[in-house]
Design a protein around this ligand. Structure first.
Ligand SMILES: *Cc1c(COP(=O)(O)O)cnc(C)c1O
Length: 384
């Protein structure tokens, strides 16, 4: 009996991750882009909850050129798997983390003069050049040097004997909601780049696009890399777009099981705070997953699950380990039956966007909220 089969049989709540779907998605995204575009696979936060080691291993085998992570611990985890891939730290590095850049051969992001000074010292101390990417803020108001001051910081880096500028990038604030502003950011970024003395896009990685950014990606000579997170996991930022032609597939599905089934009379209060009052004689099922597994309390009384291929509404508050659903209209539900929170059963599907809308959240947050109590079960196989 395979291990994943045993895990699934024994689990009260589990996630299934289809690594061949991940591979197909990456290949699809790459094939939609010009051939010279480098693919930075963004795998921060445990690869959006999909599992760093398994995801990264597969991405290494199927064509990721670089990896983007948030911090050195995530970078170190990738280094344990393979040494041949450049790893870009997308968040800034704290001063006491500087030495880890050397230890794990990571590429920090630079947004300030203070960072230039620190990385210069680091390079000098270790007798090597520190590879960096310069980040330019074109309107997110987070990391990056404000574009009007980018020239000065660029010069400082270029003149520094202990640093090696390998890339320049920016990040969009509203790529999935405001194409006009995204366009403005793109223009500001390109203008800024063109104003840099000695700027040579052939010697640098130039990137701006995250998943949603790709909607407005144009084959501009200056861009030669993209940073893809959500899309490779099979979630389209929009439905009405260029990208919707990309038939990416969901990589992750989220499952649980029925514990008990019982009949209750109309008027009974359900869950803590009696947050739902039955309006008819009902049959309920108690599901063995709750917010302790990453089911958001915000979907209380609002979301549904799939059992026997049918949608069953959630009744009352989601609790830490259990969720209650209405199965009055279903027959033959029994203890141990499979329940799907995110994924497909029969011809019914609940995708992560629907689920995150119920939770007034976003797919990124839903993925990151699946807790470590939940086993991840991996599938692989033909990626064709
Ligand atoms: C997380 C992140 C990405 C990836 O974003 P998606 O929308 O998931 O594709 C790209 N760039 C930066 C700087 C990020 O922090």
């Amino acid at each position: 009996m395979s291990k994943s089969f045993v895990l699934r049989q024994q689990s009260r709540c589990w996630v299934e991750i289809d690594l061949s779907a991940l591979e197909r998605n990456l290949k699809l995204i790459r094939s939609a882009l010009p051939a010279h575009i480098r693919y930075i696979a963004v795998v921060k936060a445990d690869a959006y909850g999909h599992g760093m080691a398994q995801t990264v291993t597969r991405l290494m085998h199927c064509g990721a050129d670089l990896f983007g992570v948030a911090n050195f611990l995530e970078g170190a985890a990738i280094r344990e798997i393979g040494s041949g891939w450049p790893i870009l730290l997308l968040s800034s590095t704290l001063p006491e983390e500087d030495k880890q850049i050397i230890e794990y051969n990571l590429i920090p992001t630079v947004s300030t003069e203070e960072e230039v000074k620190r990385f210069s010292k680091l390079g000098k101390r270790n007798k090597r050049k520190i590879a960096v990417h310069l980040k330019i803020d074109t309107g997110l108001g987070r990391l990056g040097v404000w574009y009007e001051q980018a020239l000065d910081l660029y010069k400082l880096i270029q003149e520094n004997p202990n640093m090696n500028l390998e890339g320049i990038y920016t990040h969009f604030s509203s790529a999935d909601s405001d194409p006009q502003f995204t366009n403005k950011q793109r223009k500001l970024f390109l203008q800024t780049l063109r104003g840099l003395p000695g700027f040579d896009p052939k010697r640098l990685l130039i990137h701006a696009d995250n998943s949603a950014g790709l909607e407005s990606f144009k084959n501009d000579d200056l861009f030669n890399a993209v940073r893809v997170g959500l899309l490779q996991f099979g979630v389209l930022p929009h439905f009405e777009s260029l990208l919707s032609k990309l038939k990416v597939e969901a990589v992750l599905s989220f499952h649980s099981r029925v514990s008990i089934v019982k009949d209750l009379p109309s008027g009974t209060g359900i869950s803590y705070g009696r947050t739902h009052i039955l309006s008819r004689d009902s049959r309920i099922a108690v599901i063995t997953a709750g917010y302790g597994d990453g089911i958001p309390t915000a979907i209380s009384n609002k979301g549904s699950v799939l059992i026997h291929g049918q949608r069953c509404p959630i009744l009352g508050n989601v609790t830490m380990d259990q969720t209650i659903v209405d199965i009055t209209n279903l027959e033959n539900i029994k203890s141990g039956d499979s329940v799907t929170f995110i994924g497909t059963q029969g011809n019914q599907n609940i995708d992560v966007k629907t689920f995150s809308n119920w939770a007034l959240s976003i797919p990124w947050e839903v993925f990151c909220s699946i807790t470590k109590r939940v086993p991840r079960i991996y599938y692989t196989g033909s990626a064709i």
